[in-house]
Design a protein around this ligand. Sequence first.
Ligand code: SDX
Length: 388
Amino acid sequence: MKDIREIGEPVFSSGLENIYFSETKLCYIDGENGRLYYLGIPIEELADNSTFEESSYLLLYQKLPNKEELENFDRKLRENREISEILLKEEELIPKNAHPMDVIRTIVSFNGMLDEKATSRNEEELLEKANKLIAMLPTIVAYFHRIRNNLNTVKPDRELNHAGNFLYMLRGEKPSDIEIEIFDKTLILYLEHGMNASTFSAIVTASTQSDIYSSITSAIGTLKGPLHGGANEEAMKMLFEIDEKYNGDVEKYLKEKLARKERIMGFGHRVYKAYDPRARILKNLALKLADYTNNRKWIDMQIQLEEKAGPILGEKQIYPNVDYYAASIYYMLKIPFDLYTPIFAIARIVGWISHILEYWKSSGRLIRPREKYIGELNKPYIKINERR
Ligand code: SDX
Protein backbone atom coordinates (compact mmCIF):
# COMPACT_ATOMS: atom_id res chain seq x y z
CA MET A 1 0.00 0.00 0.00
CA LYS A 2 1.63 3.29 -1.08
CA ASP A 3 1.82 6.32 1.24
CA ILE A 4 0.56 9.45 -0.48
CA ARG A 5 4.01 11.01 0.03
CA GLU A 6 5.40 8.23 -2.22
CA ILE A 7 2.69 8.84 -4.82
CA GLY A 8 3.69 12.49 -4.81
CA GLU A 9 0.28 13.82 -5.81
CA PRO A 10 -3.13 14.20 -4.14
CA VAL A 11 -5.60 11.31 -4.28
CA PHE A 12 -9.34 12.01 -4.70
CA SER A 13 -11.91 9.53 -3.40
CA SER A 14 -15.61 10.39 -3.00
CA GLY A 15 -16.73 9.51 0.51
CA LEU A 16 -13.10 8.56 1.28
CA GLU A 17 -13.86 5.18 -0.33
CA ASN A 18 -10.88 2.79 0.02
CA ILE A 19 -8.71 5.44 1.70
CA TYR A 20 -6.52 4.11 4.55
CA PHE A 21 -5.29 6.59 7.18
CA SER A 22 -4.23 4.51 10.20
CA GLU A 23 -3.30 0.98 11.30
CA THR A 24 -5.29 -1.30 13.61
CA LYS A 25 -5.29 -4.77 15.16
CA LEU A 26 -8.92 -4.56 16.30
CA CYS A 27 -10.83 -5.64 13.23
CA TYR A 28 -10.23 -6.99 9.75
CA ILE A 29 -12.97 -6.86 7.11
CA ASP A 30 -12.39 -8.95 3.99
CA GLY A 31 -14.97 -7.18 1.82
CA GLU A 32 -14.35 -9.28 -1.28
CA ASN A 33 -14.97 -12.60 0.47
CA GLY A 34 -17.40 -11.46 3.14
CA ARG A 35 -15.20 -12.29 6.13
CA LEU A 36 -14.92 -10.43 9.46
CA TYR A 37 -12.44 -10.85 12.32
CA TYR A 38 -12.10 -9.21 15.76
CA LEU A 39 -8.42 -9.41 16.84
CA GLY A 40 -7.96 -12.07 14.17
CA ILE A 41 -10.78 -14.33 15.48
CA PRO A 42 -13.49 -15.10 12.86
CA ILE A 43 -16.82 -13.50 13.78
CA GLU A 44 -18.54 -16.88 13.40
CA GLU A 45 -16.38 -18.31 16.25
CA LEU A 46 -17.23 -15.36 18.51
CA ALA A 47 -20.95 -15.47 17.67
CA ASP A 48 -21.03 -19.20 18.44
CA ASN A 49 -18.89 -19.24 21.59
CA SER A 50 -18.43 -15.79 23.10
CA THR A 51 -20.58 -13.28 25.01
CA PHE A 52 -20.99 -9.51 24.84
CA GLU A 53 -18.86 -9.19 27.97
CA GLU A 54 -16.03 -11.42 26.72
CA SER A 55 -15.89 -9.90 23.22
CA SER A 56 -15.99 -6.40 24.72
CA TYR A 57 -12.96 -7.27 26.86
CA LEU A 58 -11.26 -8.73 23.77
CA LEU A 59 -11.60 -5.40 21.93
CA LEU A 60 -10.84 -3.05 24.84
CA TYR A 61 -7.77 -4.97 26.06
CA GLN A 62 -6.88 -6.52 22.67
CA LYS A 63 -6.80 -10.04 24.15
CA LEU A 64 -9.24 -12.70 25.31
CA PRO A 65 -9.65 -12.46 29.11
CA ASN A 66 -8.74 -15.30 31.46
CA LYS A 67 -11.42 -16.44 33.91
CA GLU A 68 -10.49 -13.92 36.63
CA GLU A 69 -10.17 -10.98 34.19
CA LEU A 70 -13.57 -11.72 32.72
CA GLU A 71 -15.21 -12.09 36.14
CA ASN A 72 -13.76 -8.73 37.28
CA PHE A 73 -14.76 -6.95 34.05
CA ASP A 74 -18.29 -8.40 34.19
CA ARG A 75 -18.68 -7.61 37.91
CA LYS A 76 -17.73 -3.97 37.30
CA LEU A 77 -20.23 -3.73 34.43
CA ARG A 78 -23.00 -5.02 36.69
CA GLU A 79 -21.97 -2.58 39.46
CA ASN A 80 -21.84 0.38 37.06
CA ARG A 81 -25.30 -0.01 35.52
CA GLU A 82 -27.16 2.50 37.70
CA ILE A 83 -27.12 6.16 36.61
CA SER A 84 -26.85 9.10 39.00
CA GLU A 85 -29.90 10.96 40.33
CA ILE A 86 -28.88 14.05 38.32
CA LEU A 87 -28.79 12.04 35.05
CA LEU A 88 -32.17 10.51 35.83
CA LYS A 89 -33.59 14.00 36.49
CA GLU A 90 -32.08 15.12 33.17
CA GLU A 91 -33.80 12.22 31.38
CA GLU A 92 -37.11 13.15 32.99
CA LEU A 93 -36.80 16.66 31.52
CA ILE A 94 -36.34 15.39 27.96
CA PRO A 95 -39.46 15.73 25.73
CA LYS A 96 -41.20 12.33 25.57
CA ASN A 97 -41.32 12.51 21.76
CA ALA A 98 -37.53 12.90 21.45
CA HIS A 99 -35.79 10.27 19.33
CA PRO A 100 -33.92 7.91 21.68
CA MET A 101 -30.70 8.49 19.68
CA ASP A 102 -30.95 12.18 20.61
CA VAL A 103 -31.54 11.12 24.23
CA ILE A 104 -28.37 9.03 24.49
CA ARG A 105 -26.36 11.71 22.62
CA THR A 106 -27.57 14.26 25.19
CA ILE A 107 -27.17 12.16 28.33
CA VAL A 108 -23.69 10.86 27.39
CA SER A 109 -22.67 14.44 26.70
CA PHE A 110 -24.22 15.66 29.97
CA ASN A 111 -22.52 12.84 31.86
CA GLY A 112 -19.16 14.12 30.61
CA MET A 113 -19.78 17.35 32.53
CA LEU A 114 -20.15 15.37 35.77
CA ASP A 115 -16.70 13.75 35.37
CA GLU A 116 -13.96 15.93 36.91
CA LYS A 117 -11.41 13.89 34.97
CA ALA A 118 -13.31 14.01 31.67
CA THR A 119 -10.22 15.08 29.73
CA SER A 120 -7.99 12.34 31.15
CA ARG A 121 -5.97 10.33 28.63
CA ASN A 122 -4.55 7.98 31.25
CA GLU A 123 -5.24 4.46 29.96
CA GLU A 124 -6.37 3.03 33.30
CA GLU A 125 -8.74 5.95 33.91
CA LEU A 126 -10.04 5.66 30.34
CA LEU A 127 -10.78 1.96 30.81
CA GLU A 128 -12.71 2.80 33.99
CA LYS A 129 -14.72 5.41 32.04
CA ALA A 130 -15.27 2.84 29.28
CA ASN A 131 -16.70 0.31 31.71
CA LYS A 132 -19.05 2.92 33.19
CA LEU A 133 -20.24 4.16 29.78
CA ILE A 134 -20.77 0.64 28.44
CA ALA A 135 -22.65 -0.34 31.60
CA MET A 136 -24.89 2.71 31.79
CA LEU A 137 -25.94 3.08 28.14
CA PRO A 138 -28.58 0.30 28.33
CA THR A 139 -29.95 1.91 31.52
CA ILE A 140 -30.22 5.30 29.79
CA VAL A 141 -32.16 3.72 26.89
CA ALA A 142 -34.43 1.57 29.07
CA TYR A 143 -35.17 4.39 31.55
CA PHE A 144 -36.14 6.81 28.78
CA HIS A 145 -38.46 4.25 27.22
CA ARG A 146 -40.23 3.64 30.56
CA ILE A 147 -40.41 7.40 31.35
CA ARG A 148 -41.88 8.30 27.91
CA ASN A 149 -44.58 5.65 28.42
CA ASN A 150 -45.35 6.81 31.98
CA LEU A 151 -44.17 3.46 33.33
CA ASN A 152 -42.07 2.97 36.47
CA THR A 153 -38.38 2.68 35.71
CA VAL A 154 -37.06 -0.84 36.38
CA LYS A 155 -33.84 -0.97 38.41
CA PRO A 156 -30.93 -2.98 36.99
CA ASP A 157 -30.73 -6.63 38.08
CA ARG A 158 -27.16 -7.75 38.82
CA GLU A 159 -28.21 -11.38 38.47
CA LEU A 160 -28.74 -10.86 34.73
CA ASN A 161 -25.99 -10.47 32.11
CA HIS A 162 -25.69 -7.32 29.96
CA ALA A 163 -28.13 -8.58 27.33
CA GLY A 164 -30.67 -9.99 29.76
CA ASN A 165 -30.61 -6.96 32.03
CA PHE A 166 -31.41 -4.58 29.16
CA LEU A 167 -34.43 -6.62 28.04
CA TYR A 168 -35.57 -6.86 31.67
CA MET A 169 -35.23 -3.09 32.32
CA LEU A 170 -36.97 -2.31 29.03
CA ARG A 171 -39.90 -4.69 29.20
CA GLY A 172 -40.30 -4.99 32.99
CA GLU A 173 -40.32 -8.80 32.85
CA LYS A 174 -37.53 -11.38 32.98
CA PRO A 175 -36.59 -12.47 29.43
CA SER A 176 -36.33 -16.15 28.51
CA ASP A 177 -32.92 -17.79 28.15
CA ILE A 178 -33.31 -18.07 24.36
CA GLU A 179 -34.21 -14.37 24.08
CA ILE A 180 -31.13 -13.45 26.15
CA GLU A 181 -28.91 -15.76 24.08
CA ILE A 182 -30.09 -14.38 20.74
CA PHE A 183 -29.99 -10.73 21.87
CA ASP A 184 -26.49 -11.26 23.29
CA LYS A 185 -25.30 -12.57 19.90
CA THR A 186 -26.73 -9.55 18.08
CA LEU A 187 -24.67 -7.33 20.42
CA ILE A 188 -21.51 -9.28 19.55
CA LEU A 189 -22.27 -8.79 15.86
CA TYR A 190 -22.82 -5.03 16.33
CA LEU A 191 -19.79 -4.58 18.61
CA GLU A 192 -17.16 -3.42 16.13
CA HIS A 193 -16.64 -2.91 12.42
CA GLY A 194 -13.42 -1.08 11.62
CA MET A 195 -13.48 2.48 10.37
CA ASN A 196 -17.21 2.87 9.72
CA ALA A 197 -18.68 6.38 9.70
CA SER A 198 -19.48 6.60 13.43
CA THR A 199 -16.12 5.19 14.51
CA PHE A 200 -14.45 7.60 12.09
CA SER A 201 -16.37 10.47 13.75
CA ALA A 202 -15.13 9.33 17.14
CA ILE A 203 -11.55 9.19 15.87
CA VAL A 204 -11.69 12.56 14.13
CA THR A 205 -12.82 14.11 17.42
CA ALA A 206 -10.23 12.15 19.42
CA SER A 207 -7.49 13.15 16.96
CA THR A 208 -7.89 16.80 18.04
CA GLN A 209 -7.12 15.64 21.63
CA SER A 210 -10.67 16.42 22.67
CA ASP A 211 -12.15 14.23 25.44
CA ILE A 212 -13.70 10.76 25.29
CA TYR A 213 -17.25 12.03 25.99
CA SER A 214 -17.03 14.46 23.04
CA SER A 215 -15.74 11.62 20.85
CA ILE A 216 -18.58 9.29 21.82
CA THR A 217 -21.12 12.11 21.40
CA SER A 218 -19.81 12.68 17.85
CA ALA A 219 -20.12 8.96 17.13
CA ILE A 220 -23.72 8.75 18.41
CA GLY A 221 -24.80 11.64 16.21
CA THR A 222 -23.20 9.94 13.21
CA LEU A 223 -24.65 6.49 13.90
CA LYS A 224 -28.18 7.93 13.88
CA GLY A 225 -28.23 8.46 10.10
CA PRO A 226 -30.38 6.01 8.05
CA LEU A 227 -27.45 5.23 5.74
CA HIS A 228 -25.56 3.91 8.78
CA GLY A 229 -26.96 2.81 12.14
CA GLY A 230 -30.46 4.12 11.46
CA ALA A 231 -30.93 1.46 8.77
CA ASN A 232 -32.20 -1.22 11.18
CA GLU A 233 -35.12 0.99 12.24
CA GLU A 234 -35.79 1.88 8.57
CA ALA A 235 -35.64 -1.79 7.56
CA MET A 236 -38.45 -2.70 9.99
CA LYS A 237 -40.51 0.29 8.83
CA MET A 238 -39.95 -0.98 5.26
CA LEU A 239 -41.39 -4.40 6.17
CA PHE A 240 -44.45 -2.72 7.70
CA GLU A 241 -44.87 -0.60 4.55
CA ILE A 242 -44.72 -3.73 2.37
CA ASP A 243 -47.28 -5.38 4.65
CA GLU A 244 -49.68 -2.45 4.97
CA LYS A 245 -49.33 -0.58 1.64
CA TYR A 246 -48.34 -3.42 -0.69
CA ASN A 247 -50.33 -6.18 1.00
CA GLY A 248 -47.13 -8.21 1.34
CA ASP A 249 -46.23 -7.98 -2.37
CA VAL A 250 -42.43 -7.66 -2.04
CA GLU A 251 -41.88 -7.86 -5.82
CA LYS A 252 -44.14 -4.82 -6.45
CA TYR A 253 -42.46 -2.90 -3.62
CA LEU A 254 -38.99 -3.72 -4.94
CA LYS A 255 -39.86 -2.77 -8.53
CA GLU A 256 -41.38 0.59 -7.55
CA LYS A 257 -38.60 1.42 -5.05
CA LEU A 258 -35.81 0.70 -7.53
CA ALA A 259 -37.66 2.50 -10.33
CA ARG A 260 -37.56 5.60 -8.10
CA LYS A 261 -33.82 4.90 -7.58
CA GLU A 262 -34.44 4.61 -3.84
CA ARG A 263 -32.43 2.36 -1.51
CA ILE A 264 -33.62 -0.88 0.02
CA MET A 265 -32.90 -0.47 3.73
CA GLY A 266 -30.65 -3.14 5.19
CA PHE A 267 -28.99 -3.84 1.84
CA GLY A 268 -25.62 -2.75 0.51
CA HIS A 269 -22.31 -1.87 2.08
CA ARG A 270 -19.32 0.34 1.31
CA VAL A 271 -16.82 -2.44 2.02
CA TYR A 272 -18.63 -5.78 1.62
CA LYS A 273 -18.96 -6.72 -2.05
CA ALA A 274 -20.10 -10.16 -0.88
CA TYR A 275 -22.71 -11.23 1.65
CA ASP A 276 -22.16 -9.52 5.05
CA PRO A 277 -21.11 -12.44 7.30
CA ARG A 278 -23.07 -10.86 10.16
CA ALA A 279 -26.26 -10.96 8.08
CA ARG A 280 -25.76 -14.69 7.51
CA ILE A 281 -25.55 -15.32 11.26
CA LEU A 282 -28.45 -12.95 12.03
CA LYS A 283 -30.67 -14.67 9.44
CA ASN A 284 -30.26 -17.99 11.30
CA LEU A 285 -30.90 -16.28 14.65
CA ALA A 286 -34.06 -14.67 13.23
CA LEU A 287 -35.30 -18.05 11.99
CA LYS A 288 -34.64 -19.57 15.44
CA LEU A 289 -36.50 -16.73 17.18
CA ALA A 290 -39.36 -16.90 14.67
CA ASP A 291 -39.89 -20.56 15.51
CA TYR A 292 -39.62 -19.82 19.27
CA THR A 293 -42.17 -16.99 19.05
CA ASN A 294 -44.24 -18.88 16.49
CA ASN A 295 -44.22 -15.82 14.22
CA ARG A 296 -42.63 -16.38 10.84
CA LYS A 297 -44.39 -13.48 9.15
CA TRP A 298 -41.54 -10.99 9.07
CA ILE A 299 -38.61 -13.34 8.48
CA ASP A 300 -40.51 -15.02 5.64
CA MET A 301 -41.12 -11.60 4.09
CA GLN A 302 -37.43 -10.74 4.49
CA ILE A 303 -36.29 -13.99 2.88
CA GLN A 304 -38.72 -13.43 0.01
CA LEU A 305 -37.45 -9.86 -0.45
CA GLU A 306 -33.85 -11.06 -0.40
CA GLU A 307 -34.65 -13.71 -3.01
CA LYS A 308 -36.44 -11.21 -5.28
CA ALA A 309 -33.71 -8.58 -4.83
CA GLY A 310 -30.91 -11.07 -5.43
CA PRO A 311 -30.82 -11.12 -9.24
CA ILE A 312 -31.17 -7.32 -9.46
CA LEU A 313 -29.01 -6.02 -6.61
CA GLY A 314 -26.58 -8.94 -6.72
CA GLU A 315 -25.33 -7.65 -10.05
CA LYS A 316 -24.18 -4.51 -8.20
CA GLN A 317 -22.72 -6.66 -5.41
CA ILE A 318 -25.46 -5.44 -3.07
CA TYR A 319 -26.52 -7.96 -0.40
CA PRO A 320 -28.19 -7.85 3.00
CA ASN A 321 -26.05 -6.13 5.65
CA VAL A 322 -25.99 -6.35 9.45
CA ASP A 323 -29.11 -4.21 9.84
CA TYR A 324 -31.45 -6.27 7.68
CA TYR A 325 -32.16 -9.35 9.80
CA ALA A 326 -31.37 -7.54 13.07
CA ALA A 327 -34.59 -5.61 12.44
CA SER A 328 -36.95 -8.59 12.61
CA ILE A 329 -35.04 -10.05 15.59
CA TYR A 330 -35.61 -6.86 17.59
CA TYR A 331 -39.25 -6.78 16.52
CA MET A 332 -39.75 -10.37 17.71
CA LEU A 333 -38.08 -9.37 20.99
CA LYS A 334 -40.88 -6.80 21.38
CA ILE A 335 -38.50 -3.84 21.13
CA PRO A 336 -39.96 -0.59 19.68
CA PHE A 337 -38.57 0.41 16.25
CA ASP A 338 -36.91 3.63 17.46
CA LEU A 339 -34.79 1.69 19.95
CA TYR A 340 -33.07 -0.45 17.29
CA THR A 341 -30.34 2.11 16.57
CA PRO A 342 -29.77 2.86 20.27
CA ILE A 343 -29.18 -0.89 20.64
CA PHE A 344 -26.62 -0.65 17.84
CA ALA A 345 -24.98 2.12 19.95
CA ILE A 346 -25.19 0.01 23.14
CA ALA A 347 -22.90 -2.47 21.36
CA ARG A 348 -20.82 -0.19 19.16
CA ILE A 349 -19.72 2.05 22.05
CA VAL A 350 -17.23 -0.77 22.70
CA GLY A 351 -15.79 -0.47 19.19
CA TRP A 352 -15.71 3.32 19.38
CA ILE A 353 -13.78 3.33 22.67
CA SER A 354 -11.45 0.53 21.54
CA HIS A 355 -10.48 2.55 18.47
CA ILE A 356 -10.03 5.77 20.49
CA LEU A 357 -7.68 3.94 22.90
CA GLU A 358 -5.75 2.37 20.01
CA TYR A 359 -5.52 5.63 18.02
CA TRP A 360 -4.28 7.62 21.03
CA LYS A 361 -1.63 4.95 21.63
CA SER A 362 -0.56 4.91 17.98
CA SER A 363 -0.02 7.97 15.76
CA GLY A 364 -2.85 9.95 17.33
CA ARG A 365 -2.24 12.30 14.42
CA LEU A 366 -4.74 15.13 13.77
CA ILE A 367 -7.13 14.03 10.98
CA ARG A 368 -7.49 16.76 8.39
CA PRO A 369 -8.37 15.72 4.80
CA ARG A 370 -8.59 18.16 1.87
CA GLU A 371 -11.30 19.20 -0.57
CA LYS A 372 -10.76 19.68 -4.30
CA TYR A 373 -11.48 23.35 -5.00
CA ILE A 374 -13.68 23.83 -8.10
CA GLY A 375 -14.68 27.49 -7.61
CA GLU A 376 -13.31 30.69 -9.22
CA LEU A 377 -10.25 32.57 -7.94
CA ASN A 378 -9.25 36.27 -7.51
CA LYS A 379 -12.84 37.51 -7.82
CA PRO A 380 -13.30 41.27 -6.98
CA TYR A 381 -15.01 42.35 -3.72
CA ILE A 382 -18.10 44.34 -4.78
CA LYS A 383 -19.41 46.90 -2.27
CA ILE A 384 -22.98 46.24 -1.07
CA ASN A 385 -24.48 49.35 -2.66
CA GLU A 386 -22.98 48.28 -6.01
CA ARG A 387 -24.54 44.83 -5.87
CA ARG A 388 -27.80 44.02 -7.68
C1 SDX B 1 -24.00 -0.03 8.39
O1 SDX B 1 -19.34 0.99 7.23
C2 SDX B 1 -19.76 0.06 8.01
O2 SDX B 1 -19.08 -0.90 8.36
C3 SDX B 1 -21.21 0.24 8.47
C4 SDX B 1 -21.79 -0.91 9.26
C5 SDX B 1 -21.13 -1.07 10.60
O3 SDX B 1 -21.19 -2.19 11.16
O4 SDX B 1 -20.67 -0.04 11.16
O5 SDX B 1 -21.67 -2.10 8.52
C6 SDX B 1 -23.28 -0.65 9.55
O6 SDX B 1 -24.09 1.17 8.34
C7 SDX B 1 -24.50 -0.93 7.31
C8 SDX B 1 -25.20 -0.13 6.16
C9 SDX B 1 -26.62 0.26 6.62
N1 SDX B 1 -27.24 1.16 5.62
C10 SDX B 1 -28.27 0.72 4.86
O7 SDX B 1 -28.71 -0.42 4.85
C11 SDX B 1 -28.87 1.81 3.98
C12 SDX B 1 -29.02 1.31 2.55
N2 SDX B 1 -27.67 1.12 1.98
C13 SDX B 1 -27.14 2.11 1.12
O8 SDX B 1 -27.52 3.41 1.37
C14 SDX B 1 -25.69 1.89 0.72
O9 SDX B 1 -25.57 0.57 0.39
C15 SDX B 1 -24.58 2.30 1.67
C16 SDX B 1 -24.72 3.70 2.12
C17 SDX B 1 -24.54 1.40 2.84
C18 SDX B 1 -23.26 2.15 0.91
O10 SDX B 1 -23.37 2.95 -0.18
P1 SDX B 1 -22.12 3.40 -1.07
O11 SDX B 1 -20.95 2.52 -0.86
O12 SDX B 1 -21.92 4.86 -0.90
O13 SDX B 1 -22.64 3.05 -2.50
P2 SDX B 1 -23.34 4.10 -3.45
O14 SDX B 1 -24.30 4.94 -2.65
O15 SDX B 1 -22.28 4.78 -4.23
O16 SDX B 1 -24.22 3.14 -4.40
C19 SDX B 1 -23.61 2.46 -5.51
C20 SDX B 1 -24.77 1.97 -6.35
C21 SDX B 1 -25.79 3.08 -6.64
O17 SDX B 1 -26.44 2.76 -7.85
P3 SDX B 1 -25.99 3.58 -9.19
O18 SDX B 1 -26.19 5.04 -8.90
O19 SDX B 1 -24.51 3.22 -9.39
O20 SDX B 1 -26.90 3.03 -10.28
O21 SDX B 1 -25.50 0.96 -5.63
C22 SDX B 1 -26.82 1.42 -5.41
C23 SDX B 1 -26.80 2.92 -5.54
O22 SDX B 1 -28.07 3.42 -5.89
N3 SDX B 1 -27.19 1.03 -4.05
C24 SDX B 1 -28.41 0.58 -3.73
C25 SDX B 1 -28.33 0.29 -2.36
N4 SDX B 1 -27.11 0.58 -1.91
C26 SDX B 1 -26.40 1.03 -2.98
N5 SDX B 1 -29.53 0.41 -4.46
C27 SDX B 1 -30.60 -0.06 -3.79
N6 SDX B 1 -30.62 -0.36 -2.47
C28 SDX B 1 -29.51 -0.20 -1.73
N7 SDX B 1 -29.53 -0.48 -0.43
